[in-house]
Design a protein around this ligand. Structure first.
Ligand code: ATP
Ligand code: MG
Length: 413
């Protein structure tokens, strides 16, 4: 295959769906329907003016919220759908692992589907026979090979589909989020195979909500929001942009919830306390004292808690809690433990917790803040995981794990 021309090319691609209402509800609507020449369809643009190119050997990740249009873009690549306008061009053999339920015929057995899929990709029965063992072996499908696939569990289905998609030596491998339904061991096996495909110079299109994997696997990325590309280019940059926006939206939601006095989220008590002292605002400040939500590993950060004391309170204790987005509690310093005595609060003021160098690696973290009485048993105001902190780490060097220990190595030989 020529290397100069792109393997995948989207040129101003738009896709419109027309949604027909299932049922006419009122007499008026029914009459109106009769008067119109055709049922009035609501238009919906799943993709709007999307352009990008992927060269041979490059990999691209598609990211964005549910319903953003990612799977629709993949279906255009595999020609399951046609664009409403614009141009989609694909070169080479394309193998795709799309949403569950697409690709296999439910009434046929796994084995029959392997041959059917092969023939759709231009392989003879004999060709597929030679690949069958490999497919069965990789998928671990065992005795279920001869069962109708409609009776497969979603994991079994995905195992077989992935094994088939990658056994036919495609030039372009397209995978949608589906891999997530496989168990841990199988997911790992799939990722290894995808990475080895990349090493072999194949072109990869990868859709995932697992942004760390997108960073590792993809050279480029495109972030879709309601069908519109918001950011396109280097995968790390695009994901940083996306994360920043996700974070901004989440903070906005939290802000709204707080304003409406709602204190429960997902069954969890977010704010509690008797409120003689209230924490009214929390700011994350960079080295210049400017508010930020995204920090780099090893940046200094100051957490500023603005309070209002509605009465004079002696010896309050201020504290923070830092949690990994997975919920793990990473740190919980407070003024008492750190020997910082606050004799009295009255009226307004703020308390700072200054971190000289953030030891966190790239990821999203949750912050709690609280003010308690001097016994540390009675909360005046406790905000549980109500704030977000996003950390980016620059180089690949710091991609593994959560903490940057900044150790030094020594070798003796
Ligand atoms: N055949 C269809 N008819 C009508 N609307 C559709 C059709 N297919 C997709 N859509 C709509 O297009 C939008 C984009 O869907 P799509 O499946 O591409 O999103 P996605 O980015 O893959 O989301 P997710 O992360 O949830 O998988 C959605 O609003 C969806 O309802
Ligand atoms: Mg999808």
């Amino acid at each position: 295959m020529e290397t100069s021309q792109p393997v995948i090319s989207f040129e101003n691609v738009s896709k419109r769906f027309v949604l027909y209402r299932e049922k006419r509800n009122s007499i008026q609507e029914q009459v109106a329907g009769l008067l119109r020449p055709r049922a009035h369809g609501e238009e919906f643009w799943a993709l709007r003016d999307v352009s990008f190119q992927v060269k041979r050997g490059e990999s691209i990740g598609l990211v964005g919220h549910n319903g953003a249009g990612k799977s629709t873009a993949l279906k255009l690549m595999t020609r399951i759908l046609n664009p409403t306008s614009g141009n989609v061009a694909m070169r080479g053999r394309v193998a795709a692992l799309l949403e569950l339920g697409s690709g296999f015929h439910p009434d046929l057995s796994g084995r029959e589907n392997v041959f059917l899929n092969g023939s759709l990709m231009g392989f003879s029965r004999r060709d597929m026979q030679t690949r069958l063992e490999e497919i069965v072996d990789f998928s671990g499908i065992g005795e279920f090979l001869d069962m109708e696939v409609k009776n497969y569990s979603s994991g079994m289905y995905t195992r077989l589909a992935f094994a088939v998609a990658t056994a036919v030596d495609p030039d372009v491998l397209i995978t949608d989020e589906v891999l997530a339904v496989g168990d841990e061991a199988f997911q790992r096996k799939c990722m290894e195979r995808i990475f080895s495909f990349r090493q072999m110079g194949k072109t990869i299109v990868f859709v995932s909500h697992g942004l760390d994997t997108v960073r590792l696997l993809c050279d480029q990325a495109i972030w879709l929001e309601r069908g519109v590309p918001r950011s396109y280019g280097d995968a790390n940059d695009v994901i940083d942009d996306y994360l920043m926006e996700v974070n901004r939206q989440e903070q906005e939601q939290l802000e709204k919830r707080r304003a409406s006095g709602e204190s429960f989220a997902g069954g969890q008590l977010m704010r509690r306390g008797s409120r003689e002292v209230e924490i009214v605002q929390v700011e994350l400040l960079d080295r210049h004292g400017t508010r930020q939500q995204v920090f780099q590993t090893h940046d200094p950060v100051t957490i500023r808690m603005h309070y209002v004391a509605h009465q004079s309170i002696h010896n309050p204790v201020f504290g923070i809690g830092l949690h990994h987005e997975g919920g793990l509690w990473l740190s919980g310093p407070n003024t008492n433990f750190d020997g910082m005595d606050i004799p009295l609060v009255s009226g307004t003021g703020y308390v700072d917790y200054a971190i000289p160098s953030l030891v966190l690696l790239s990821g999203r973290y949750m912050l709690s803040v609280a003010v308690y009485d001097n016994s540390m048993l009675h909360p005046f105001d406790h905000h549980e995981k109500m704030y977000r902190l996003v950390v980016q780490s620059g180089g690949l060097r710091d991609r593994f794990g959560t903490l940057s220990l900044r150790g030094t190595w020594g070798v003796k030989n």
